[in-house]
Design a protein around this ligand. Structure first.
Ligand SMILES: NC(=O)N[C@@H](CC(=O)O)C(=O)O
Ligand SMILES: [Zn+2]
Ligand SMILES: [Zn+2]
Length: 335
């Protein structure tokens, strides 16, 4: 049995920089026709020059694979209309991180009052630049996303022409909000469709399944699966593949992030087939993102075959989800 995906897209990807970029870029290039590349480098990507030179480094690392890196800027409340009008053609979206909430987000936003954010959001709305958000407060870890929903609602109401993407949603609350506002969209990761907090910490602690936002309850996973498996037009796949070196994960103070880029499509095929909706995968991993962002990615056919895929224990010292396990699908030609 086989399945050909047309221009699969990963709409939330951390490619990092330097040696890690060299390690992970080819793995995404094998599976996807393009990706929305996150800006949380050290230092974060906050200027046109940084965006353009990062894109060059990514293209260099991708070799001759067909792959379009869609770039983002790290949101700062001081970006004005002139700055945004100048950078608009170099980026696809702007990514907002609450200060300190996750990896390399110290320079993020710490004042979510609409007046503090309005000038930049107003300019983005007028220029048609989508806003992607890591939507978590600094409250109790299981409540952070739910507590952030009122902020999403406030921004969605105040800026009805601004496209807002709730990144890596993990809760039923986020799915409910998604349905209430026409300008709210969402990415959903592979791992939040598979695991709950029980898989992370129910038995021995699993550092390679620890990420932000943390995996939630079975009823939350159920809500995510409902909209993802039907490929609801407002949701798109975003792996949030977040590589960290093994020694940063298998450590006290374990870094947050699940590494899924090389195994994402086989694991998604397995999940969609098990639910009897394999035909919906194309929409979830490509068509919806093309419609939401109004993009036409490079033509690229990625063939999956239903053959056992023994997931490597690591890719150059980065441990993937399902490391050492067997998945039912593999990418033809291997990865
Ligand atoms: N998801 C994570 O746990 N980590 C991501 C950042 C992010 O997406 O929050 C990372 O860049 O490591
Ligand atoms: Zn995030
Ligand atoms: Zn991320």
């Amino acid at each position: 049995m086989q399945l050909t995906l047309h221009s699969p897209l990963d709409m939330h990807l951390h490619l990092r920089d330097g040696q890690m970029l060299q390690t992970v870029a080819p793995l995404s290039a094998k599976s996807f026709a393009g990706a929305l590349v996150m800006p949380n480098l050290v230092p974060p990507v906050t200027t046109k020059e940084m965006v353009q030179s990062y894109k060059e480094r990514i293209k260099e690392a991708m070799g001759d694979e067909v792959f379009e890196p869609y770039m983002t800027l790290f949101f700062r409340p001081e970006y004005d209309y002139a700055f945004l009008a100048d950078i608009k053609d170099s980026i696809l979206a702007i990514k907002l991180y609450p200060a300190g909430i996750t990896t390399n987000s110290e320079d993020g936003v710490d004042n979510f009052s609409v007046e503090a954010l309005a000038p930049t959001l107003e300019a983005m709305s007028e220029l048609g630049i989508p806003l992607c958000v890591h939507g978590e407060t600094n409250g109790f870890v299981m409540d952070r996303e739910a507590e952030f929903i009122p902020i999403y609602e406030r921004i969605a109401k105040r800026f009805p022409d601004l496209k807002i993407i709730m990144e890596h949603i993990t809760t039923k609350d986020a799915v409910d909000a998604l349905m209430k506002y026409e300008n709210l969209y969402a990415t959903i990761t592979l791992h939040h469709l598979y695991i709950t907090l029980d898989d992370v910490a129910g038995g021995l602690l699993q550092p390679h399944l620890f990420c932000k936002p943390i995996a939630k309850r079975p009823e939350d996973r159920m809500a995510l699966r409902k909209v993802a498996l039907m490929a609801h037009e407002k949701v798109m796949f975003g792996s949030d593949s977040a590589p960290h070196p093994r020694d940063k994960k298998e450590a006290p103070g374990c870094a947050a992030g699940v590494f899924t880029a090389p195994i994402a499509l086989p694991a998604l095929a397995q999940l969609f087939e098990a639910a009897g909706v394999l035909e919906n995968l194309q929409k979830f991993v490509s068509d919806n993102a093309q419609n939401i962002y109004g993009i036409t990615p490079p033509k690229k056919e990625v063939k999956l075959v239903k053959e056992p895929f023994e997931v490597p224990s690591s890719y150059n010292n980065v441990v993937p989800m399902f490391a050492g396990e067997s998945l039912a699908w593999r990418i033809a030609g291997g990865i």
